[in-house]
Design a binder for this molecule. Structure first.
Ligand code: ZN
Length: 290
């Protein structure tokens, strides 16, 4: 029988920051964020993937082949980056974490094995957060300040757990264009909104382990989509916050395109660039503004 009852939505308060401005009068902000899923991509849904040598090689491409080129691109264009890394991938590839930190970038929380926490019991969610945070803290020297949801699975409990652990920001929700606050029963977080428009998975996503067809959208199509979005966010004062996957975006042709796009964005003098933590810290100062 059809359910015609009125649904109950969680009691969550999203609080926009009415006087929000980007630092130094910039028109918009850019946070170049990467989801370094690595082997945790196929492993998240099926631990048997560990023995699927081809699937693991496809996933590891992002770490071993793509990440050095991606870091070189960041250095060349002097762009700060935020790397959301499942803790399993971080402990499997500690030299990659070292390389990210050596260049002054941020390493942030992306689960232990890229768990989709939506639907998980709160106790299990907390266990994932604490376990992964402890590993990242050991490898980076401090607890991660922010999290981006693997597979975009987020529940109210997730946000409460993050606030209770003293995390600064979430980077998973999509209601607004600019950083804003989320008030939970355990405290407040900054939200750095994402969009599927700036998620390369939407254009290039595939995994042989899931039997996915290889997405063959030309890199120029992505360039056109992202340039349009950059122009729009610059006009409306939003945050150009990417979700790029090294195993997808680090393919040679796509990375050349990204270099062209970012190079032309860098020529604009009215754009603020920072890590996710820097963007979130800025939002906190905007919140405290009288
Ligand atoms: Zn991911």
């Amino acid at each position: 029988m059809v359910d015609l009852s009125s649904p109950t939505y969680p009691d969550l308060a999203f609080r926009e920051l009415p006087g929000f401005q980007w630092p130094d009068g910039a028109s918009c902000g850019v946070t170049l964020a990467w989801h370094v899923d690595g082997e945790a991509g196929p492993m998240a849904s099926d631990r048997r993937a560990a023995t699927h040598v081809a699937a693991i090689s496809e996933a590891a491409y992002g770490v071993t082949t793509a990440m050095p080129r991606i870091l070189a691109l960041h250095r060349e264009l002097e762009i700060p980056g935020t790397f959301f890394v499942p803790a399993h991938v971080a402990e499997r590839h500690p030299a990659m974490i070292e390389a990210i930190l050596k260049d002054g970038h941020e390493v942030a929380h992306h689960g232990y094995m890229h768990e989709n926490v939506f639907g998980m019991e709160a106790g299990d969610q907390r266990a994932v957060f604490e376990h992964a945070s402890a590993i990242l803290e050991r490898l980076t020297g401090h607890a991660p300040r922010g999290w981006s949801a693997p597979a975009w699975g987020v529940s109210v409990e997730t946000l409460e757990i993050m606030a209770s652990l003293g995390m600064l920001y979430d980077a998973s929700l999509m209601e607004h264009d600019r950083p804003h606050m989320i008030d939970t029963t355990s405290g407040s977080l900054v939200e750095l909104p994402i969009s599927m428009v700036l998620d390369d998975w939407a254009l290039f996503g595939s995994s042989i382990y899931w039997g996915g067809d290889v997405a063959l959208v030309p890199a120029g199509t992505a360039e056109a989509v992202w340039r349009e979005e950059f122009d729009g966010l610059r006009h409306y004062g939003g945050l150009f916050h990417t979700t790029f996957h090294p195993n997808l975006m680090g393919r040679p042709g796509r990375l050349l395109m990204l270099g062209r796009l970012l190079g032309s964005m860098r020529e604009q003098s009215d754009v603020w660039w920072g890590t996710c933590t820097q963007a979130a810290e800025h939002a906190v100062t905007m919140e405290q503004k009288p």
